[in-house]
Design a protein. Structure first.
Length: 129
């Protein structure tokens, strides 16, 4: 989920910075594999830094430009693109929240199962004395 965020926001960020739109879905997952915790931390740090740049560029945007064409009329206006990215990020944050909840519940269930199993084994051992 986090892997396609940089490409999506980066294309919009470049336009906000006055550059031409150079974004494509084919770049959405164009990242090196994450093979370590350090790789993951670097990706998160880069994503957060780009989000800060994105927010800073939005703050600088003249309100009158919100309804101007975004790079090309076929892509709608600035407002539509900015709002779309924000909605997309929130969608993925919701997914992350649900996955985290499921993982936490799964871990809690496994812990509870292990505790019950250990208690059961203890009871069996006590009966055997």
């Amino acid at each position: 989920m986090i892997r396609n965020q940089p490409a999506t926001a980066k294309g919009c960020l470049k336009v906000l910075q006055g550059e031409p739109l150079q974004a494509s879905d084919k770049f959405s997952f164009d990242l090196p594999p994450i093979t370590s915790a350090n790789d993951w931390q670097n990706l998160v740090a880069k994503t957060l830094a780009e989000a800060e740049l994105f927010a800073a560029e939005i703050e600088k945007l003249d309100e009158a430009k919100l309804f101007a064409d975004f790079a090309d009329p076929q892509y709608g206006n600035y407002y539509r693109n900015i709002a779309g990215i924000i909605e997309h990020v929130h969608y993925h944050l919701g997914q992350i929240s649900l996955i985290k909840k499921i993982l936490n519940e799964t871990e809690a269930n496994h812990k509870s199962y292990r505790e019950r199993r250990n208690l059961s084994e203890l009871n069996i051992a006590e009966k055997g004395k």
